[in-house]
Design a protein around this ligand. Structure first.
Ligand SMILES: NC(=O)c1ccc[n+]([C@@H]2O[C@H](COP(=O)([O-])OP(=O)(O)OC[C@H]3O[C@@H](n4cnc5c(N)ncnc54)[C@H](O)[C@@H]3O)[C@@H](O)[C@H]2O)c1
Ligand SMILES: O=P(O)(O)OC[C@@H](O)[C@@H](O)[C@H](O)[C@H](O)CO
Length: 385
C-alpha cells in the first residue's frame, strides 16, 4: 500500500510518516524543501526519537520523496496512491490542491480504486477545506465523479513536535504521546482502516477538545511567555504566574467544551493535567516562536481563540482569559514571522480597534472586542514595550 504524504516537516516525519510506515504503508513524502527531498530519496530511511528518559528510537524505512514543485510527479503519485495525507499548514492546502486535482483526474480516467485524502492540520475541517480547494480546480463533471470515488475525512492530530536542532537533518525528536482521530462518517464504504488511527462517528467534540485545550493552552504559554521575554515553552511554563494563567485559559475553554459536548468534568480535568505535563516535558525544547507562529491564523474566527470565546459568549460566559490571550497575540512581535509583522503594521495603520476587527471579524460594539482592547491596554502599561 502506498501513501503519499504532503509535508516532510516535523509532524510529517515525526508522526504521520512514522505511523503510516508502522501501519504497513510505503510512504512517499511530497515536499518543496529540496534538501529534505534529496536526503529522503538518497537514504530512504530516517530516525524518530522519543523525548523521554529512555530516548527510544524508531527507524522509519522504505520511504522516499518527490519534489512538490514538480506538478507532474505529484499528480502521478496521487494517481497511484492508496492513501493521501497532508501536514503542510492549513494555509498551504491551496498550494497543493493543483497536484491533487490532476491526480484525481487521472484516477478517474483510469478507473482507479477509491481514495481517502486526510488533512492532518490544526484546523476545524482541514480536509473539507482541502476538498474545496481541489474541487475549485475540477470540472463539474469530474466533481460529480469524484464524489463517488474520493473522500476527504476530517481529522484531529495531536503530538508535540518542536523545530528540530539535530545534526542529522532527517532525525526528528517527538513527545511520546500521540492521537490521530478521523471522522468515519465522511469515509467511503469498505475503506481499509489505518492501524493506530481512532475512527469516530462525530469529529467535532474531538477536534474542538484538542484545538481548544492543547492548542489554546499552548499559544497562551507562547504569547504570555513572549511578553515576559522567554524563548521556550518550557521556560515560560516554569514561571508560576504564566503556568497558572495557562491553566485558567484551559479551564475557561473546558467550561465551554463540557457544556457544549457533555464531557465529564473529572475526565476533562485529567485531560488538562496531562496536557500541562506535556508542555513541561523536560526532554523537549519547544520555541515560543514556533508555538506562537502565524498569529493572524490563530486569531481567525474559527481557530483556537476566537471560536471558543464566541461559543462561550453565546453560552452566557465571559471569556476573560481567552480575550487576554488574544490581546497578548497582538503584542507578539517576532520579526521573523510575517503575520506578526503584518499585525504590528496594521496596529500602526488601522489602530487597535480596526486591527481586532480585521483579524477576528468581531465588531467594535461587541463585548468581546471591548475585553480584548482592555487587556491590550493593560499589557501595554505593564509588560509590553
Ligand atoms: N509540530 C507539531 O507539533 C504539530 C502537531 C499537530 C499538528 N501540526 C500541524 O501540522 C502542520 C505542519 O506542521 P509542522 O510543525 O510539521 O510544520 P513544518 O514547517 O515542520 O512542516 C511543514 C512542511 O510542509 C512543507 N511544505 C510547504 N509547502 C509545501 C508544498 N506546497 N508542498 C509540499 N510540502 C510543502 C515544508 O517544506 C515543511 O517541510 C501544521 O498544520 C500544524 O499545525 C503540527
Ligand atoms: O501548529 P500550530 O501553529 O497550529 O500550533 C502550534 C502548536 O500549538 C502545535 O503545533 C502543537 O505542538 C500541536 O498541535 C500538538 O498536537
Amino acid at each position: 500500500m502506498k501513501a503519499v504524504h504532503f509535508g516532510a516537516g516535523n509532524i510529517g516525519r515525526g508522526f504521520i510518516g512514522l505511523l503510516l510506515s508502522q501501519a504497513g504503508y510505503e510512504v512517499i513524502f511530497s515536499d518543496v524543501n529540496d534538501t529534505l527531498v534529496e536526503l529522503l530519496q538518497e537514504r530512504k530511511t530516517y530516525t524518530v526519537r522519543l523525548a523521554n528518559e529512555a530516548q527510544e528510537t524508531f527507524t522509519v524505512s522504505g520511504v522516499t520523496a518527490i519534489n512538490g514543485k514538480n506538478l507532474e510527479d505529484v499528480a502521478e503519485a496521487v494517481a497511484q496512491a492508496d492513501l493521501v495525507t497532508t501536514a503542510v499548514g492549513v494555509n498551504i492546502l491551496k498550494h497543493i490542491a493543483g497536484g491533487i486535482a490532476k491526480g484525481i483526474e487521472r484516477r478517474i480516467a483510469s478507473g482507479a480504486a477509491p481514495l481517502h485524502i486526510i488533512a492532518c492540520e490544526n484546523a476545524i475541517g482541514g480536509s473539507t477545506q482541502l476538498k474545496e480547494h481541489v474541487y475549485a480546480l475540477l470540472s463539474e463533471e469530474l466533481r460529480a465523479k469524484a464524489e463517488t470515488v474520493v473522500a476527504f475525512p476530517d481529522a484531529a492530530v495531536d503530538r508535540i513536535v518542536p523545530i528540530q536542532h539535530n545534526e542529522d537533518p532527517l532525525e526528528v525528536t517527538v513527545e511520546p504521546f500521540y492521537e490521530w482521530v478521523v471522522d468515519e462518517s465522511q469515509m467511503l464504504e469498505g475503506f481499509t482502516r489505518i492501524a493506530g488511527v481512532h475512527y469516530v462517528k462525530t469529529l467535532e467534540p474531538y477536534i474542538e477538545r484538542k484545538l481548544f485545550t492543547v492548542n489554546t493552552g499552548h499559544c497562551s504559554a507562547a504569547y504570555l511567555g513572549y511578553l515576559q521575554g522567554y524563548a521556550t515553552i518550557q521556560e515560560a511554563m516554569a514561571n508560576p504566574q504564566i503556568a497558572s494563567l495557562v491553566r485558567h485559559v484551559m479551564h475557561e475553554t473546558g467550561s465551554i467544551l463540557i457544556k457544549k459536548h457533555d464531557f465529564e468534568l473529572a475526565q476533562h480535568e485529567i485531560y488538562i493535567d496531562k496536557i500541562l505535563q506535556r508542555f513541561t516535558n523536560p526532554y523537549l525544547i519547544d520555541d515560543v516562536a514556533r508555538v506562537g507562529r502565524s498569529p493572524i491564523r490563530k486569531l481567525s474566527l474559527n481557530d483556537r481563540l476566537v471560536r471558543p470565546a464566541m461559543q462561550g459568549y453565546e453560552l452566557g460566559m465571559t471569556p476573560s482569559y481567552l480575550t487576554m490571550v488574544m490581546a497578548a497575540a497582538l503584542l507578539f512581535k517576532d520579526p521573523a514571522d510575517p503575520e506578526a509583522v503584518q499585525i504590528q503594521s496594521d496596529l500602526h495603520e488601522l489602530g487597535l480597534a480596526g486591527t481586532i476587527t480585521k483579524y477576528t471579524t468581531i465588531g467594535e460594539d461587541h463585548p468581546i472586542h471591548l475585553l480584548i482592547r482592555t487587556h491590550y491596554e493593560q499589557f501595554k502599561q505593564t509588560v509590553a514595550s
